[in-house]
Ligand binder design. Structure first.
Ligand code: NAP
Ligand code: MG
Length: 471
């Protein structure tokens, strides 16, 4: 077996320099091997103070930098990430456990697409408009604290940091403690792209300490958080004390809705794509289509198709591990008898799991009760629930029976019928008949999936204040 790489990161990136971190060391584990793959030094409270001060001091100049120069700087960052794409992919493979192909495609190529889309949006962004005798200006908010989760260690950072820098805001980043290593490589990319000192700062550390200090800090003008709904609630509460603006990208329980008229051919595609989407990244994506809602009369057909599709996700090759032992325990709790209601039944069987690593078997549970814990709570693992509907109206009601409202999908042989249902789903994203992810489209949720939008034009607007100047 190849010897594990142990990445050591003793220095933090603050005010354009690498400085020794003042906090305790933290080991980073590879969830596929359970071996230590990195050691970082966390930020101390003084490091966080220095980072916020640096971002505050850099704001005046960066916000006044012409759009073309900010765009050029972000293109240089993009070029460095593209040049080091294999390095990023290897880091993410080690710290997050993704299989190599996914670590490159999903984890690195997707954020590269987001940078492209955001820089293009910047070049035509309406920073100024007019209403009567008023000039309406959009001005960057100031210092943005970005707090990010472990499921997509680079992408979740890029979707916050790049629109903020594009707008002219400055950033202090606190990456997830379970996956901080990609953020260090990103700081090196910012450094070698020659971004002005203080525009981007990196302060790793725990959420309860570093994250909380940033959320309370009067020098932070906006907290942009991605993670769980409970932590999002807490951040919104803490930020309310200083009326600091918050962007929250939280959990989801997205539904893939198959309408009654769907042809057999489209049904097969719907099930295949829903399973792939639900199991992507080990089931650890916030937009996972984790509920498949199908016409009652098609259930037998759907169960067969879903079980066959799930069988292709072999743990250890195509299917990566969960992020931690704790997360595996949590996901397994959803597979206990009763979690899906009285009639729930698994249509997938047990499969061999690797000896090491936090793997779980890809699982499809059918006849799930729409009000059960399995149908209501985010699993964040490779577990798909199949629910049945009596009619298309019933299917819409089941899809909307959730505290969440992040993503969704609709399938119908009649495009107009599918588009009409897309309009009735209370979610921030809907994909019709398997349409592709658009890296320029606004991303965010309704209801308890959060508030605010990321990526592209809407991501830039999200970190801008609005000023009316009368003349
Ligand atoms: P999490 O526990 O909420 O943590 C997210 C980030 O917040 C981490 O950096 C964490 O730090 C930090 N944090 C924790 N407590 C904090 C506090 N009191 N104050 C400030 N920051 C704090 O979420 P996770 O377990 O990493 O990620 C899984 C969850 O994220 C899932 O529920 C998933 O749906 C959600 N998610 C949502 C989206 C979206 O775009 N909507 C995307 C991805 C994931 P440490 O963990 O380092 O201590
Ligand atoms: Mg957590």
């Amino acid at each position: 077996m190849a010897e594990q790489t142990v990445q050591r990161e003793k220095d933090l990136y603050i005010d354009g320099r690498w400085v020794p971190g003042g906090g305790a060391d933290l080991e980073v584990e590879n969830p596929a091997t359970e071996e230590v793959t990195g050691v970082i030094t966390q930020a101390s409270p003084a490091d966080v103070e220095a980072a916020v001060a640096a971002a505050g001091a850099a704001f005046a100049e960066w916000s006044a930098t012409p759009v073309a120069e900010r765009a050029a700087a972000l293109r240089r960052v993009r070029a460095v990430i593209a040049e080091r794409a294999d390095v990023f992919a290897d880091i993410i493979h080690r710290e997050q456990g993704s299989p190599p192909k996914l670590a490159r495609g999903l984890h690195v190529d997707t954020p590269l697409g987001v940078i492209d889309a955001t820089v293009e949006a910047l070049e035509r962004f309406p920073f100024s408009g007019r209403i009567g005798n008023s000039e309406i200006r959009r001005e960057p908010v100031g210092v943005v604290a970005a707090i990010t989760p472990w499921n997509l260690p680079l992408h979740q950072v890029i979707v916050k940091v790049v629109p903020a820098l594009a707008a002219g805001a400055t950033v202090v980043l606190k990456p997830a403690g379970l996956t901080p290593l990609a953020a260090f490589e990103l700081a090196r990319a910012f450094d070698s792209a020659g971004l002005p000192a203080g525009v981007f700062n990196l302060v790793p550390g725990s959420g309860r300490v570093v994250g909380d200090q940033l959320t309370r800090h009067e020098g932070v003008d906006q907290v942009s958080f991605t993670g769980s709904t409970p932590v999002g609630r807490r951040i919104a509460g803490v930020a309310a004390e200083t009326l600091t603006r918050v962007t929250l990208e939280l959990g989801g329980k997205s539904a893939s809705v198959v309408l009654a008229d769907t042809s057999d051919e489209l049904l097969a595609k719907a099930v295949k794509i829903t399973v792939a989407n639900c199991f992507l990244n080990g089931g650890q994506t916030c937009t996972a289509l984790s509920r498949l809602v199908v016409p009652k009369g098609r259930l037998g057909q759907v169960e067969e198709l879903a079980a066959a599709a799930a069988a292709k996700y072999e743990p250890g090759s195509r299917l990566g591990p969960l992020i931690s032992a704790e997360q595996r325990k949590e996901v397994e709790s959803f597979l206990a008898p009763g979690a899906g209601g009285r009639d729930a039944v698994a249509v997938t069987g047990p499969v061999a799991l690797p000896d090491r690593g936090y793997f779980v078997a890809p699982t499809v549970v059918s006849r799930v009760d729409p009000d059960s814990r399995l149908a209501q709570e985010e699993v964040f693992g490779p577990v798909l629930s199949i629910l049945t509907a009596d009619s298309d109206d019933d299917a819409v009601a089941i899809a909307n029976n959730s505290i969440y409202g992040l993503g969704g999908a609709v399938w119908s042989t009649d495009d107009d019928a599918a588009l009409a249902v897309a309009g009735r789903l209370r979610t921030g994203q809907v994909d019709v008949n398997g349409a592709a992810f658009n890296p320029a489209a606004p991303f965010g949720g309704y209801k308890q999936s959060g508030t605010g939008r990321e990526i592209g034009e809407y991501g830039i607007a999200d970190v801008c204040e609005i000023k009316a100047v009368q003349r």
